[in-house]
Design a protein around this ligand. Structure first.
Ligand SMILES: Nc1ncnc2c1ncn2[C@@H]1O[C@H](COP(=O)(O)OP(=O)(O)OP(=O)(O)O)[C@@H](O)[C@H]1O
Length: 285
């Protein structure tokens, strides 16, 4: 057995340079240090061009030229992990959702009956059964992305990287993809979730933020939005989120303002139901 399978994935001082049009070298990744545990969920955030996709691809084990540093993919093994991108079309191999999922299962060398059984179960679970045999051009972008994610999930790898996989989707498809990722994670798959949607990150979830190729923050979602003292207090200085050029989500700005007025104390509500009850209390005071 591979002794690495129970160890964390580790990148130490990893850098990649890129050449600018002027001929100068600029960092694509600079001195990146990160550790990822088996079954962990990591949110990777940062402004456009900050290096999220490059790091995501590296964590997925995809080859990138010119990488320097040390890395060990530990529990993720030596084979590349599925890397789900924004645009589904570049990652679809087969002609229909059913074939796409069957291919992923065939790669694992399952027996034909097991492939048939699993394919049906996955199609049913992901809500793709009714459109399982339609060609891609008869499906919406959201349905094609769901099929790509279902196939990635079928491959049962210890890690999946989602690179802004829901950014082009409507709310229903977005929820569908997110649910598949959450289920995989509950079952033990580590997930790297690259996103620009900060409202997706829970206060206790791990957030890793990048800026100009560097990791500039690695901590909880709450600390990223409200400062290092969260949930005990809200920092008076710009939180790490703003320091790396991202806008605070609307609800976070509202929470900070209510805290400043003395009407709300951290930890702040997270679900819609908790917000409704908190706002009722604020209004009643
Ligand atoms: N194949 C490549 N060769 C050279 N430079 C690249 C390559 N791909 C990306 N870059 C550059 O590396 C930097 C980081 O890009 P990357 O795509 O990793 O960032 P990102 O945070 O994912 O951005 P976005 O949100 O726009 O996808 C950018 O300056 C980008 O222009």
């Amino acid at each position: 057995m591979d002794v690495n399978l129970h160890t964390n994935m580790i990148l130490l001082d990893v850098s990649i340079e890129r050449l600018l049009e002027t001929g100068e070298a600029a960092p694509r990744l600079a001195d990146v240090n990160i550790e990822l545990g088996r079954g962990e969920w990591v949110n990777l955030v940062g402004v456009n061009g900050s290096g999220k996709s490059t790091l995501g691809r590296l964590l997925a084990g995809l080859a990138i030229a010119g990488v320097r540093g040390t890395w060990n993919r530990g529990f993720a093994g030596t084979m590349p992990s599925p890397y789900v991108m924004q645009q589904p079309d570049a990652q679809l191999f087969a002609e229909t959702p059913r074939e796409e999922i069957r291919f992923a299962l065939e790669w694992q060398g399952l027996a034909p009956e097991a492939i048939l059984r699993e394919t049906e179960a996955i199609l049913l679970e992901t809500g793709l059964l009714a459109i399982a045999d339609l060609p891609w051009d008869k499906l919406s972008g959201g349905q094609r992305q769901l099929a790509a994610v279902a196939a990635a999930a079928a491959s049962r790898t210890p890690l999946i990287v989602f690179d802004e996989a829901t950014s082009m989707l409507d709310e229903q498809s977005r929820r569908g993809v997110r649910e598949i990722a959450a289920k995989l994670n509950r079952e033990g798959t580590a997930v790297v979730w690259v996103t620009q949607r900060l409202q997706e990150i829970g206060a206790k979830d791990r957030a890793v933020a990048m800026s100009a190729g560097r990791i500039v923050f690695d901590g909880s979602g709450g600390q990223f939005l409200y400062g290092r003292d969260y949930p005990h207090a809200v920092g008076s200085e710009a939180p790490p989120c703003m320091a790396c050029g991202l806008r605070l989500p609307y609800v976070s700005r509202m929470a900070i303002e209510l805290a400043r007025l003395g009407k709300l104390k951290p930890p702040f509500p997270e679900t819609t139901a908790d917000w409704e009850s908190a706002l009722r209390q604020v209004a009643a005071r």
